[in-house]
Design a protein around this ligand. Structure first.
Ligand code: ACO
Length: 402
């Protein structure tokens, strides 16, 4: 019932584009996506090559600084991050304030926001040194925060970072280790998680990244801008989909494992049921990340000797959906979230932590995009327009006359 033409005339000519389906809010040199061809490249490098040959910290460097690092540059970058993994001791008290069963995503976003209260010497978005140290602090401390949020939720003591370990390895130790007991990091698991982080590291102007840029366009500091991105990521239509996929698979299993019946429910649009982990605003072809994750799920699950009946259900779902005209005609393919939850589950993460893992992976992208936005002379404060559809002018009526 919205007469867009009439409204446009009344409002003056503005672009009406709900969901910014066709509006470029910025130019960017970071990530290239061709949704029709299923292509994803960071700084020109195909995601398949990075997933196979690179490491998460190397990709982080690439996204933020624009080039792959030399071995000296990578060593220096890694060393700087290691030296900043500790959180201020007072930060420990922060986690006590939340209920034990709190979802770790709002705990994470609150803590990332609170970094701006603990590290007030690096908040100026236009001071290069401060931006640099914020970048390092954020990359170093967010895994510590994420593992603390997890430890708190299960009532275990927090573990301090061990800087002799790699980035992903130490995160796994802080998450799954217990004090006074040696925790051996499983290299297969560490490699798989590192690769998943690479796949999540950036995805141009998605919902959370656009949020980071919008908040940052008001010259808000990097910590609070990224905290806003964490909140956006929590939504089940975005990063929260990895949790939603696993919940969906559990539900199908609990209902007797009838995949066809579930697909029919989705097609009949019963009670808003969607096929979680399917569909994407930009990819109208197989999400290239999903192809890599699917292979990895099969590999990791077989190498970790954890046969999971949910993987079987997921593969059946995919097969049925890809042969069904409802999904084919709408170009709905599995996205990156479709198989990731199964790997996270095999690694021992509870469902609630899945989106936190997405956030750890996406962190370099948020930082790189925030930095690009701040450094770009074309940046203006983000301020969309609207088409006003409310009441025409009317006079105030006293309460006794209403
Ligand atoms: N299951 C069933 N139908 C779907 C799905 C789905 N997962 N996704 C889209 N559709 C249908 C829509 O109902 C619509 O049908 P219609 O044209 O008959 O009305 C059509 O496909 C087009 O979909 P839109 O909603 O216009 O697509 P949009 O680009 O707005 O949404 C989104 C993209 C949010 C990803 C959507 O596909 C979705 O909700 N998917 C499930 C959640 C999910 O997996 N999110 C993760 C995204 S990837 C990421 O954040 C890493």
């Amino acid at each position: 019932g919205l007469d867009v033409g009439a409204l446009l005339k009344e409002t003056g000519y503005v672009t009406y584009d709900p969901g910014f389906v066709n509006t470029a809010a910025t130019s960017s040199e970071i990530t290239y996506i061709d949704g029709d061809e299923g292509i994803l490249r960071y700084r020109g490098y195909p995601i398949e090559q990075l997933a196979e040959h690179s490491s998460f910290l190397e990709v982080t460097y690439l996204l933020i600084y624009g080039e792959l690092p030399t071995s000296d540059e990578l060593a220096e970058f890694t060393d700087k991050i290691r030296r900043h993994t500790l959180l201020h001791e007072d930060f420990r008290g922060f986690f006590d304030g939340f209920p034990r069963d709190a979802h770790p995503m709002p705990v994470l976003s609150s803590a990332v926001s609170a970094l701006s209260t603990f590290y007030q010497d690096s908040l100026d978005p236009f001071d290069r040194d401060q931006v640099e140290i914020s970048t390092i602090r954020m990359l170093a401390k967010v895994p510590t925060i994420a593992s603390y949020a997890y430890k708190k939720s299960i009532g275990q003591p927090l573990l301090y970072p061990d800087n002799s370990l790699g980035y992903v390895e130490d995160f796994l130790r802080m998450t799954f280790g217990v004090p006074a007991t040696k925790y051996e990091v499983d290299p297969v698991m560490a490699k798989a998680l590192d690769m998943l982080f690479i796949l999540h590291a950036d995805h141009e102007q998605n919902c959370s990244t656009s949020t980071v840029r919008l908040v940052g366009s008001a010259n808000a500091n990097m910590f609070v801008s990224v905290a806003a991105g964490v909140n956006a990521l929590m939504g089940p239509l975005h990063g929260g989909a990895n949790q939603a996929v696993l919940e969906m698979l559990h539900q199908i299993q609990a209902d007797g494992g009838d995949v066809k019946a579930f697909v029919n429910k989705v097609k009949n649009r019963e009670a808003g049921v969607k096929l979680m982990g399917f569909g994407h605003r930009v990819y109208k072809n197989y999400d290239p990340r999903a192809a890599i994750v699917k292979k990895s799920a099969q590999d990791v699950l077989s190498r970790m000797a954890k046969a999971d009946p949910l993987l079987e259900l997921a593969m059946q779902l995919e097969e049925i959906a890809l042969a069904d005209d409802f999904f084919v005609s709408r170009k709905l393919y599995p996205n990156v979230d479709f198989y990731t939850g199964l790997i996270y589950k095999a690694m021992g993460f509870p469902t609630k932590m899945f989106t936190v893992l997405f956030a750890l992976g996406r962190l370099p992208g948020w930082i790189a995009q925030w930095r690009e936005m701040i450094a770009d002379p074309a940046t203006k404060i983000g301020r969309p327009r609207q088409l006003y559809t409310g009441a025409a002018k009317r006079d105030y009526v006293g309460i006794e006359q209403r």
